[in-house]
Design a protein around this ligand. Structure first.
Ligand code: NCD
Ligand code: ZN
Length: 356
């Protein structure tokens, strides 16, 4: 049996790093294992212009631990006031990798998102010409639509019509959670890819709701039935180029999670690679972890595979000193504790600690 697996430093192509004290608390957890991350722009206020992205990237770089081998890739938050030329210039200058579409009200800090897609159509057309990828939070916000159906309905009502109007637009359907999403990405040709999180590979909606509500398993899109989780596992472990890792690690303080109206988001960065190795091994697909976590996303975004490497080790972790990797627990932040995602089982793998 394989006991050690060395792969290129992976890419997390959907990550929430937040800002200020929270940024400083969570960034080392991603920088420890990942070579790059596509950083989501849903700050308050959001990262909407190329200048905002430059400033945010500077704050991230300033918060990086010394010697970290980690590069933040920036995104812009699409609003109905976004100027196409600013987007295209920021992309051409290498400042931003992609633009993020949040339907207004779909998730955390999405109030400035898009209410009427017609109002951003000209920007999307310009992005299509310039080859700027659009990352999409694919859920409708129509209150009539059941929350468990919002992804499938989005594909039918919004995504497919959009891609018919702009067939050349490069699209990432973010955090796919349904069999419908998997099938749509698989059948969608070279212009579309899908990210899959680590937590959606191990959670179904029973984990969230049966035998007591688990606020730390609440995220958006919400975990679905087991049949959907199985479809996600099959997609991720297939090695297919159209699927890659985006953890959607989304830290919120415990005080915000454990509230009568708790925030959506799972803080998975410290354990994401261990969870993936566990899931891939169970499928007999450890050899395809590298495609999913290190190669497919880089290829989609036209980036070289990271030069650095990490080693995953099978077995319990010995001698872990610093708080989080390493298993569930909490990280202390200046504003209070932050709980690390606990899958409810001990992952059979961990990332070997290095001194770097
Ligand atoms: C994310 C967050 O907290 O910013 N929450 C989540 O549940 N995934 C937003 C998002 O990506 O939907
Ligand atoms: Zn997200």
């Amino acid at each position: 049996m394989t006991e050690r697996l060395t792969i290129p430093r992976p890419d997390d192509l959907h990550l929430h790093l937040r800002d200020g004290a929270m940024l400083a608390s969570v960034l080392p957890e991603s920088a420890r294992h990942f070579g790059r991350a596509l950083v989501m722009p849903n700050l308050v206020p959001p990262v909407v212009t190329g200048a905002d992205a430059v400033a945010y990237r500077e704050r991230i770089l300033a918060a990086l631990p010394a010697g970290a081998d980690f590069r933040p890739l920036m995104t812009l938050y699409l609003t109905e006031a976004t100027e196409a030329e600013d987007v295209v210039a920021a992309h051409a200058a290498g400042i931003v990798q992609a633009v993020k579409l949040y339907p207004a009200g779909a998730t955390t800090n999405s109030a400035s998102g898009v209410r009427d897609l017609a109002r951003v159509e000209a920007v999307l057309a310009r992005m299509t010409e310039a080859g700027v990828p659009l990352c999409i939070h694919g859920e409708v916000t129509d209150p009539e639509v059941d929350i468990f159906d919002r992804e499938a309905v989005f594909i039918e009502r919004v995504l497919e019509p959009l891609r018919r109007r702009l067939p050349g637009l490069r699209v990432v359907l973010e955090h796919v959670t349904t069999a419908e999403g998997v099938a749509y990405v698989q059948g969608g040709g070279a212009g579309i890819a899908g990210t899959i999180t680590a937590h959606h590979l191990v959670l179904n909606r029973n984990h969230l709701l049966a035998g007591g509500i688990r606020p730390h398993y609440y995220c958006l899109p919400v975990a679905k039935r087991e049949v959907h989780r199985r479809a996600l596992v099959a997609a991720a472990t297939s090695g297919a180029a159209c699927f890659f890792l985006g953890t959607d690690s989304a830290p919120h303080l415990d005080a915000a999670k454990l509230a009568p109206c708790g925030c959506a988001g799972c803080f998975t960065a410290p354990v994401a690679m261990a969870l993936l190795a566990h899931v891939f091994e169970a499928e007999g697909a450890l050899g395809r972890l590298e495609a999913f976590a290190c190669r497919n996303g880089a290829a989609f975004y036209g980036l070289p595979v990271n030069a650095g490497r990490i080693t995953l080790v099978r077995g319990a972790q010995h001698g872990a000193q610093h708080g989080a990797q390493r298993g569930p627990g909490t990280i202390a932040t200046p504003d209070g504790p932050l709980t690390v995602f606990d899958p409810g089982f001990a992952p059979l793998w961990h990332v070997e600690e290095t001194d770097a």
